[in-house]
Design a protein around this ligand. Structure first.
Ligand SMILES: Cc1ncc(COP(=O)(O)O)c(C=O)c1O
Length: 288
């Protein structure tokens, strides 16, 4: 079997031959940003939105975008060529390798640009049907969570804490308000109304989050942005977590207690149908 090709600084090469300097600022400082884009039937899902967010993340860390959407599309096509299964496209840019380890930005250093594609694991049908268990944890992350930074240590530690407590994900609470999950955005349903926290520096502007809001609006399902406190979470009729790779997951256990009757709710079932229909339209080449 051929080794998968990855993209590194202008070249497509086998993964085992991709090398970066140990002085790369991504390695030393986590000084970089990334994107994860699902690809269905060879078609990247919401590519423009992902690339726009990548541009925002780059501006957020004061790094010039290395190139425009066309070049990213060329790289994506190169990585996806010949791959049948659904893929996840990973893009990462760091501030590059300077000659020494100094926190201040280096002068005239070329950013490191890396991209790879890997098969998306098929959704866990049991978790889809039964929903997932989550725990609430203190949001100990920094103040710039709207940037999709590779500096993910707080997310990693929080996610591990959730795993240690037998849960699939953590919902993070900052100053009494739920922000998002460690790798996902948050929705609740209360009395037929779908709610999600407004965008701010305390959460990632999820591409799936925006799509879920769009799908809800197009299906005339009432939805709004609103602050969600811990009591709102605890009294929610439904809780959902969204992300590009996990799509829309129903949370059926919160801090060891059942959400409603402990099964995925009716609005979640409607939303997941709408979401799957979108994916299927994308497979036929429709613009999504
Ligand atoms: C912290 C965080 N919030 C939200 C999301 C969901 O974003 P998207 O729907 O764009 O995948 C992610 C995805 O990785 C994430 O890491």
């Amino acid at each position: 079997m051929h080794e998968p090709l990855v993209y590194l600084n202008g070249d497509f090469l086998p993964l085992s031959q991709a090398r970066i300097s140990v002085l790369d600022r991504g390695f030393l400082f986590g000084d970089g940003v990334y994107e994860v884009i699902p690809v269905y039937g060879g078609h990247p899902f919401r590519l423009r939105q992902h690339l726009d967010r990548l541009g925002d993340s780059l501006r957020g860390i004061r790094l010039e975008p290395p190139f425009g959407h066309d070049e990213w599309e060329r790289i994506a096509a190169g990585l996806l060529d010949g791959r049948e299964a659904d893929q996840s496209l990973y893009l990462q840019i760091t501030r590059g390798a300077a000659g020494n380890r100094d926190h201040a930005f280096p002068v005239a250093v070329t950013p490191t640009v890396f991209a790879m594609a890997s098969p998306i694991p098929s959704p866990n049908t049991e978790k889809l049907q039964k929903g997932i268990a989550v725990v609430t944890l203190d949001d100990v992350r920094w103040q710039l969570c709207h940037i999709k930074s590779i500096t993910l240590l707080a997310n990693v530690l929080l996610r591990q804490q959730a795993t240690d407590e037998g849960c699939d994900e953590a919902i993070l609470i900052r100053d009494g308000q739920a922000t998002e999950g460690t790798v996902s955005n948050l929705f609740i349903v209360k009395d037929g109304l779908i709610l999600t926290p407004p965008k701010s520096h305390h959460l990632l502007p999820g591409i799936t989050r925006d799509l879920v809001l769009e799908l809800a609006a197009s299906a005339n399902l009432p939805c709004a942005e609103a602050l969600i406190g811990l009591p709102d979470l605890e009294s929610a009729d439904e809780i959902w977590l969204t992300s590009s790779t996990r799509e829309v997951m129903a949370v059926t256990t919160l801090n060891g207690r059942a959400v409603s009757d402990g099964t995925p709710g009716p609005l979640w079932r409607r939303m997941i149908q709408l979401y799957q229909a979108c994916k299927e339209r994308l497979r036929t080449g429709a613009d999504y």
